[in-house]
Ligand binder design. Structure first.
Ligand code: PMP
Length: 386
């Protein structure tokens, strides 16, 4: 039926505009939040690093895969996010898998939001799997209702008092753009002596002071034990990281299989992320532009009568609530010149089927107005709007 919305190859990209199937379309589904994949300074850094170090590291960080660039980026990120130390992984997905099962051991618990990103779910399953693998079955993974800190307390209060507990949540939820209720999470964590890990993949460079993420947004940097993130969004590259206390980071460095048994991020990836961090620090006005763009779109969709979220992040989901309608609408939008993401079950809970839109600091009003007018026309045509 021509409705398949996935794996469409992009033939060329300027950031807000890409070429797909020989046609230029506006990109309204990328996580390239500050538009830095197309920044000449980031591109130049990647090229120079490739010339100096080659195209790959051909080894794990543990062995031959540590460059001075990796160490520099770790020091810069730890400082930027106000923590003692940082560890890079090769992807954000791997980062969660490198933290959760490594830290949560026998007789200990992960306490996870039901809507956490798939990489956290995978990390949780590995922690639970390790328990059955070693045969004692004592580690636990327990879940609480999405961003519901009252339910978190109910769940945590039932766990053994002395058992170490790690509460894990997306900072900005990847599909809904919702921001976690960190103040109430911290209250529960303090009461029950639990630690907190926040996945800031969609938060660094987007929310918080100068883009310093969820903990900074809530002024709870000290209370957030570990923050993980990715280079595949704001940082215009590929790779992941975690920041926290030196002892914990050192432990992960020497114990996390996802780090030890996998090759380190390429020179170009690390240099691009370093250049992106430079720009993020020097040009915080880009974040204002990003948030202004996202707000304009949220308001615009709302005025037309679409169902959107109320959270001040760069992800603006247009919730349709029906798989077939999402796919048909996706096709009409694409034909009219806008690329968005069709999110259907099981990627989202029933009733939350959506066209996930997300914005860049480099979208111009001309792009945004066109996206709005196309959504309006398609919404009317398909009778999604009254
Ligand atoms: N965490 C969240 C919340 C994400 O949305 C993503 C990517 N979609 C990741 C982690 C994984 O990051 P990466 O792309 O670097 O593997």
């Amino acid at each position: 039926m021509g409705l398949y919305p996935y794996f469409h190859p992009i033939e060329e990209s300027e950031g807000p505009v890409v070429r797909i199937g020989g046609r230029k379309v506006i990109m309204a589904g990328s996580n390239n939040y500050l538009g830095l994949t197309a920044d000449p300074r980031v591109q130049e850094a990647a090229i120079k690093a490739t010339e100096k170090y080659g195209t790959g590291c051909s080894g794990s960080r543990y062995l031959t895969g540590t460059l001075d660039l990796h160490v520099q980026l770790e020091a810069r990120l730890a400082k930027f996010l106000g923590k003692e130390d940082c560890l890079l992984y090769s992807t954000g997905y791997q980062t969660a898998q490198g933290i959760i099962p490594t830290l949560v051991q026998r007789g200990e618990y992960v306490v996870s939001d039901k809507d956490n990103h798939a990489c956290i779910v995978a990390g949780n399953l590995m922690a639970a799997g390790a328990a059955s693998y070693v045969g004692d079955g004592q580690q636990g993974v327990v879940r609480y209702k999405h961003n519901d800190m009252k339910h978190l307390e109910v769940v945590v209060s039932k766990l053994p008092v002395d058992a170490p507990k790690l509460i894990v949540s997306d900072g900005v939820f990847s599909t809904s753009g919702e921001i976690v209720d960190l103040p109430n999470m911290v209250r529960v964590a303090r009461k029950y002596n639990a630690r907190i890990l926040v996945d800031d993949a969609h938060a660094v460079g987007v929310i918080g002071k100068g883009g310093r993420g969820t903990a900074s947004h809530h002024g709870l940097e000290k209370e957030t034990d570990l923050t993980m993130g990715t280079f595949s969004k704001t940082f215009a590259s590929l790779g992941g990281f975690v920041v926290g206390d030196r002892a914990v980071i050192n432990y992960l460095k020497h114990q996390a299989p996802a780090l030890i048994f996998s090759a380190s991020p390429t020179p170009a990836s690390v240099a691009a992320a370093l250049a992106a961090l430079d720009i993020l620090e020097k040009e915080p006005e880009r974040i204002d532009r990003l948030m202004r763009n996202a707000r304009k779109m949220r308001e615009g969709f709302k005025k037309m009568g679409f169902r959107v979220n109320e959270h001040d992040s760069a992800v603006v989901p247009v919730i349709i609530g029906d798989t077939e309608k999402v796919l048909v609408m996706w096709r009409h939008l694409f034909d009219a010149g806008v690329f968005v993401n069709a999110f259907i079950r099981p990627g989202v809970p029933p009733g939350m089927e959506m066209l996930r839109t997300s914005y860049m600091a480099t979208h111009e009003d001309e792009h945004l107005d066109k996206i709005l007018s196309i959504f309006f026309d398609v919404g009317k045509k398909l009778q999604i709007l009254d």
